[in-house]
Design a protein around this ligand. Structure first.
Ligand code: NAD
Length: 352
């Protein structure tokens, strides 16, 4: 008989085109008067335009967000936030910038807003990954949940097609692991299904026409749902593999997810028939792993870990780390299985 626990979201979500014009109103609704805008060095123009929209509530920009939330950057940002008297942070960017916002909020208690510009989905999760002395730790902390997320489709139009593809497949990885999560619930399953439909529909269009507003809206909608699933249920082998590889070799986040996903699906598939059936509904074919591999290949995504900078000599140690800590997965994983999976993904071989 059906039995589940479902956790609802506290984050206010505003979705559409031009929603950035509401930042000042939304900061005001949170009682905030000094909003510090966060971005990466590459997104200062977008951040400056958003800062202008804040008017008198703008408290400047901190433009040093970096992948994997290094604690040195966070310390500098916290110092800066205190120096300018910030009473809120507004992340304009992808997972790196949103991660910095969460890390600042954790240390200072200020409310958080975000204008996400990729499909990574961090804005909808209570997950904070931080890096210190080359080691990445990930925690689930309700206090890092964002207060307000404004999805503005216009801000995603500048995301290059190649980055959009890997970022979108990163979102599909959240979906896949939600479909077979140990604690999945009917709402998360429905959202995951809707997300994979939206992403598989929109990404091929974005590759052809990166400025297609409808496809961009569809992809961002899928990313929102995928991030919500990531926040709502537990992940498994795929996220463990990517976490280990990111930490050990500093591999790029979304690209690593893209290469690894079909291999994990090939491994977990036999133990997760319901999830596989839902993937096949979005990506028709006899084998969901093959369908995901071909989908990524058609969109020009990278397919080998070696091309992302992973040394072959690292396979053995990575396999050991993947199986070292206990975590739930639909199919038990031993070191031989982890090694075989990594070896195929490293070489860019088909997952089947
Ligand atoms: P990112 O935020 O590092 O962005 C990738 C690059 O694209 C950056 O240089 C950025 O400036 C640029 N960019 C982003 N949006 C753009 C746009 N619209 N136009 C032009 N350039 C744009 O990458 P990401 O993949 O979004 O995030 C990766 C990070 O997020 C990793 O550290 C990962 O661990 C973390 N993450 C965390 C969670 C979570 O729930 N905590 C979820 C997903 C990812």
């Amino acid at each position: 008989m059906m039995s589940f626990v479902h956790r609802g979201q506290i984050t206010k979500v505003i979705f559409g085109s031009g929603t950035r014009s509401r930042v000042s109103e939304e900061a005001d609704a949170l009682g905030c008067r000094r909003v510090l805008v966060l971005c990466t060095p590459g997104q200062t123009d977008q951040a400056a335009a958003v800062s202008d929209l804040l008017g008198p509530a703008a408290a400047g920009t901190f433009a040093e967000a970096a992948p994997h939330t290094p604690v040195e950057v966070t310390s500098k940002a916290v110092e800066h936030a205190r120096a300018v008297g910030a009473d809120a942070v507004l992340a304009v960017g992808g997972g790196s910038t949103i991660g910095l916002g969460k890390a600042i909020a954790l240390r200072t208690g200020v409310p958080q807003l975000a204008l996400p510009t990729t499909y990574a989905g961090s804005e909808m999760t209570p997950i904070l990954g931080e890096t210190e002395a080359g080691r990445k730790t990930t925690r689930r902390l309700p206090e890092v949940l964002l207060d307000t997320v404004l999805y503005d489709v216009d801000l995603t139009l500048t995301l290059p097609a190649a980055v959009s593809v890997v970022s979108g497949i990163n979102a599909m990885a959240h979906v896949v692991e939600s479909l077979y999560a140990q604690d999945r619930d009917p709402v998360a399953f429905l959202m995951a299904g809707e997300a994979i439909d939206a992403l598989t529909r929109s990404l091929p269009v974005i590759v052809r026409r990166p400025d297609d507003g409808e496809a961009r809206a569809d992809a961002l909608y899928g990313a929102w749902l995928a991030g919500t699933c990531l926040g709502a249920v537990g992940m498994a082998l795929h996220h463990k593999v990517c976490h280990v590889l990111g930490g050990m070799f500093g591999l790029p986040h979304a690209e690593t997810h893209t290469v690894v996903l079909p291999h994990v699906v090939a491994f977990n598939g036999p133990a997760a028939p319901e999830a596989m059936a839902r993937i096949s509904q979005a990506l028709p074919g006899d084998d969901p792993a093959a369908a995901l591999f071909d989908f990524a290949k058609r969109l020009g995504a990278p397919k080998a870990l070696r091309d992302l900078g992973m040394p072959e000599s690292g396979i053995e140690q990575a396999a050991e780390l993947i199986v070292r800590d206990g975590y739930w997965n639909p199919r038990p994983v031993d070191r031989d299985a982890a090694r075989a999976l990594l070896t195929r993904a490293w070489a860019g071989e088909t997952p089947y």
